[in-house]
Design a protein around this ligand. Structure first.
Ligand code: UFG
Length: 320
């Protein structure tokens, strides 16, 4: 298929673009490089550096059969201090993209949604039917886009799938997580193990969880990419389907740090810090729908495997 991958120079977008190229799709990546890296665009994909909202019409004019929409601002903490960046960067841009998708008759769309749309869950693991009450602006913007996509599927017959990622980690070949300002737990902990950082902060140990630190469901980025390939294949005209992507097992911040200690052999000093605004205590996925309807089966669900792949990537970036 001829596919447009927005944000394909970013972490998840680059891994998915690489897998799409491997599967024989014709891939055009558009990315403004505000957080992505040109050298993360896989060989075999065409790269266009542009602002998505401005370029969407040109990029879709030429018989594109599907859009995978990754481009977004995606930091929970930042979304609480700079909401305009998220409402403009995520919602306004996505609305412009959706309008162009409709104008050019693009039949399918796969969207990167997030577990942050649910907010503090009443029920864990969280099913897709759970109420969506985001506790942070990032989740609110992604939820707004999900609603817009539903309208386009209903009104215009778009075949749409939203994938609600839980905590993505790990790496695929030379593609991994490298943000200029890193805020995600596993890469930060691995920076300590690499000697780039003295210690890691634990954002609160008085949460209502077993050891008092926040619990998350970590999913390997290659398993996530596989779900995108399946979503593209199963997208059905006029339907907007939503799937959670996670392994269904929660690990606390302390357990993640312990896994990193096991994998790296480094002591990894940790200090207690205040809670971070917008964090829910626990996010764990019920992903049965993706397994049943898409035939998705995570191949690398083990936390130590996920950390080991991230660690290999970190070391390769350091020239180790
Ligand atoms: N954390 C720390 N110390 C740090 C960094 C993070 O204690 O230095 C904690 C956070 O408070 C949180 C957990 O580690 O409890 C995971 O934090 P991340 O920043 O790695 O990830 P988030 O859970 O905040 O968010 C990620 C994605 C979102 C997605 C969410 C869904 O960035 O896009 O997972 O679960 F919505």
């Amino acid at each position: 298929m001829k596919l447009l991958v927005t944000g394909g120079a970013g972490y998840v977008g680059s891994v998915c673009a690489a897998r799409l190229v491997e599967e024989g799709h014709e891939v055009v990546v558009v990315d403004d490089l505000s957080t992505g890296h040109a050298d993360a665009v896989p060989e075999g994909a065409t790269f266009v550096q542009a602002d998505l909202a401005d370029a969407a019409d040109d990029l879709l004019a030429d018989g594109v059969e599907g859009v995978l929409h990754f481009a977004a601002k995606s930091l929970v903490g930042e979304s609480m201090t700079d909401p305009a960046k998220y409402w403009d960067g995520n919602v306004v841009t996505s609305l412009r993209l959706l309008a162009a998708v409709h104008r050019h008759g693009v039949p399918r769309l796969v969207f990167s949604s997030t577990a942050a749309t649910y907010g503090e869950p009443e029920q864990v693991p969280i099913p897709e039917s759970a109420p969506t009450r985001p506790t942070n602006t990032y989740g609110a913007t992604k939820l707004a886009i999900d609603h817009a996509i539903t309208s386009y599927a209903d009104a215009h017959g778009l075949a749409a799938v939203s994938l609600r990622y839980f905590n993505v980690a790990g790496a695929h070949d030379r593609f991994g997580e490298r943000h200029a300002t890193e805020t995600h737990l596993i890469p930060l902990v691995l920076q300590v193990a690499s000697g780039l950082r003295a210690q890691v902060s634990i954002y609160g140990d008085d949460w209502p969880t077993e050891d008092g630190t926040c619990v998350r469901d970590y999913i390997h980025v290659t398993d996530l990419a596989d779900a995108h390939l399946l979503a593209l294949r199963h997208a059905t005209a006029g339907l907007h389907r939503i799937y959670n992507l996670g392994n269904g097992t929660g690990f606390s911040v302390k357990e993640v740090i312990d896994a990193c200690r096991r994998v790296t052999g480094h002591a990894i000093p940790a200090e207690l810090a205040p809670r971070r605004a917008g964090d829910p205590a626990t996010l764990v996925a019920a992903a049965d729908r993706a397994r049943t309807e898409l035939g998705w089966k995570p191949e690398r669900p083990d936390l130590d495997t996920i950390v080991a792949d991230a660690w290999r990537f970190t070391q390769s970036r350091l020239g180790g």
